[in-house]
Design a binder for this molecule. Structure first.
Ligand code: WT7
Length: 637
């Protein structure tokens, strides 16, 4: 296992060491892993190009660090504890030995199907152990996985398959979520109509939903793996070879394929998992995220498994069969660390105490949150009613691009403060800069959150578009990685994340670009143009407020068009991106040069138009008055 911080003094010591000499700090942690060949150089970097290489020249395989390195001690211990959607169905517990055999079998299956080192494999699967098996098999043979969250539409899936040039798709007939079944294979079929590069589709039978198997392309999972050997030697990989691509939204329309490489990501997720959750051998750890997002990659799959941990994988939803489901799962497996999103906490809080009072919850030691700012009410509720005043809460700030947690309390060691992510982990060097890029030193400051030195888990590029990577993260402020978040450092030096400062909206912890949603809305034949802004939403954190200009109304009238706009967004992105509020407006506030003044729309959506700032460049003030008059939220004038 990687080293663990035990005390406040230990944290301060490690942090100072990591600032004084980041290279030796990380090299000492890297020592604990199994390398086929030791690296030649710990770090080579510049944030101008940018170019970042950790453990250069090292040869390894991340799965040898999960399996071969640990099997002799923990082989018979549970690796994955899988809880199905339906509590009546049999659960599955895979030991490290069993998981290893399944991964090897799948490696041999992929090889037989002609998958080579460096090939991209798209994975569009429900939360079942085979999803993890597939990811690890890719990693073991050197293929690059690109997991697409199974809530994305066919169009979004197709975009991602095409961008990554994936030659194979792994899916299931369907996925259970509460009372619903998502017809995953049908969605894949629709997506593949525009993806001629895909040669093979493997289909796991999960729901028995009828599917259409295309001959020559589609193969049942169970047929493909039948008779495959349970042994497969891991491919020797370079430290900086690609491990995976994961798409995320930015402020422009097209999603970005964030690329993580092997060794740095391995060291970083392993170290942060152990410390942020204070995981000890034997503990049961439960993260409620979907593996389709980075939280699942780093803290259901790689971080826990690299530590030999027992990681719980839950197929279902928090409110089915009832709103006590998370807590039933916690009690059933005596979960010690529980990690979820503020939006889940808020939605359960709203459903009252009936589903909590009869639960034990005494196994819990650490509670975590991730994905969005947590409001104080939700924090206290989580602390008092789930943690029963015994469990520290780790409010973990990080991003798809950072690979792992960056700013977070170390539970039981760093005193927490509601709504604060508190302090950077060792090895993380945050800085706050103003709009001009001037660093704001000292405490009690507010500004843009940047990081000034690389950590091993930082993304290396955007797939196929390194220039966009440079431009998005390294061009705003010289020689700094820019996170896109606003931040406050309070009088104690504690960090509080204030939310995005770019055109990104955070809906229930899902990151969405306004441009992406607008593109989807604009695809509607009756829409001339649109602009999207966030508004405070009691459960989702931020809701989506769309201002839409239509040419004429169809026969369905205003309600009809609202419905069909939502449908368009569902079809192009997915149901989670549907606007909550759609206001039909006569025009958008624009400058004389035709630029939309988003600031005004943001203020209206937030319900405060009392100070619109400088509107001298505004082309038509009347439009603004009409927008405020017809607003769907109460607006202070
Ligand atoms: C954005 C990254 C990292 C896994 C899940 C989201 C916001 C994340 C926090 C937090 C306040 C947070 C930021 C960040 N965010 N964690 N603890 N407090 N905001 O990953 O989809 O890449 O989104 O989520 O705005 O930039 P992601």
């Amino acid at each position: 296992m990687v080293p663990k911080i035990h005390s406040l003094g230990g944290y301060i010591h490690e942090f100072q060491k990591s600032i004084a000499n980041p290279e030796t700090f990380w090299a000492e942690i890297a020592e604990g892993f199994y390398w086929r060949k030791r690296y030649d150089k710990i770090l080579e970097w510049n944030f101008e190009e940018p170019s970042i290489q950790w453990f250069k020249g090292g040869k390894l395989n991340i799965t040898e660090n999960i399996f071969e390195r640990n099997l002799y001690t923990i082989g018979s211990q549970p690796a994955i504890i899988w809880e199905p959607n339906n509590p009546e169905e049999q659960n599955r517990i895979l030991s490290y030995n069993e998981l290893f055999e399944e991964v090897n079998k799948f490696c041999n299956t992929l090889k037989k199907l002609n998958v080579q080192k460096g090939d991209r494999i798209a994975i569009y699967m429900p939360m079942i152990p085979e999803l993890t098996i597939a990811m690890l098999a890719c990693a073991r043979i050197g293929a690059v996985h690109s997991v697409v969250f199974a809530g994305f539409s066919a169009a979004s899936l197709a975009d991602r398959i095409i961008d990554a040039e994936a030659k194979m798709v792994l899916t299931a007939d369907g996925g259970f979520r509460g009372e619903k079944i998502t017809p995953l294979k049908n969605i894949v079929d629709e997506a593949l109509e525009s993806c001629p590069g895909v040669e093979t589709v493997l289909v796991y039978q999960r729901t028995k939903l009828p599917v259409n198997m295309v001959s020559g392309r589609d193969i049942w999972w169970h047929d493909a793996i039948a008779g495959q050997s349970e042994e497969c030697k891991a491919e020797e990989m370079d430290a900086e070879d690609n491990l995976f691509i994961l798409y995320t939204s930015g402020s422009t329309g097209k999603p970005k394929g964030i690329v993580h490489t092997i060794a740095g990501y391995m060291v970083y997720t392993a170290y942060t998992f152990r410390n942020v959750f204070q995981y000890n051998a034997g503990d049961v750890y439960f993260c409620t995220a979907d593996i389709g997002w980075i939280t699942g990659h780093s803290y259901i799959v790689y971080g826990p498994l690299l530590n030999g941990a027992k990681t719980l994988m839950f197929e279902g939803v928090p409110t089915w069969p009832d709103a006590g489901r998370f807590w039933d799962v916690v009690d059933k497996y005596k979960v010690n660390q529980f990690y979820t999103a503020p939006t889940a906490i808020r939605s359960l809080l709203a459903l009252g105490m009936d589903h909590i009072n009869d639960k034990d919850l005494s196994s819990l030691k650490v509670l975590g949150t991730v994905g969005e700012p947590i409001n104080e009410e939700a924090w206290h509720w989580y602390h008092d009613h789930i943690g029963r005043n015994r469990c520290p809460i780790v409010d973990t700030w990080w991003q798809t691009e950072t690979g792992g947690v960056m700013i977070s309390p170390i539970p039981g060691i760093i005193p927490t403060k509601p709504s604060f992510a508190t302090l950077p982990l060792p090895g993380v060097q945050p800085v706050i800069v103003d709009a001009e890029g001037i660093e704001l030193h000292g405490n009690s400051v507010k500004g843009n959150l940047c990081i000034k030195f690389p950590w091993p888990g930082i993304a290396r590029t955007i797939w196929g578009d390194h220039e966009r990577f440079r431009e998005t993260y390294f061009s705003n402020f010289k020689s700094l990685y820019f996170t896109g978040d606003g931040v406050q450092r309070d009088e104690d030096g504690y960090y509080r994340i204030l939310g995005r400062v770019d055109d990104v909206i955070n809906v229930s912890g899902h990151r969405l670009g306004t441009a992406e949603i607008e593109n989807a809305i604009n695809s509607h034949p009756l829409v001339n143009e649109s602009a999207v802004a966030a508004y405070p939403h009691p459960i989702k954190g931020q809701g989506i407020y769309a201002f839409v200009v239509c040419g004429e109304l169809s026969t369905g009238g205003e309600e009809g068009i609202r419905k069909s706009i939502k449908m368009a967004v569902t079809n192009l992105i997915g149901p989670f991106a549907r606007p909550d509020l759609i206001q039909l407006v006569p025009g958008l506030p624009k400058t004389r040069s035709g630029k939309i003044m988003r600031r005004i729309l943001r203020k209206v959506a937030e319900g405060d138009a009392s100070d619109l700032g400088d509107i001298t460049t505004l082309l038509d003030e009347d439009v603004v008055v009409k927008i405020i008059d017809g607003a769907l939220v109460e607006v202070k004038r």
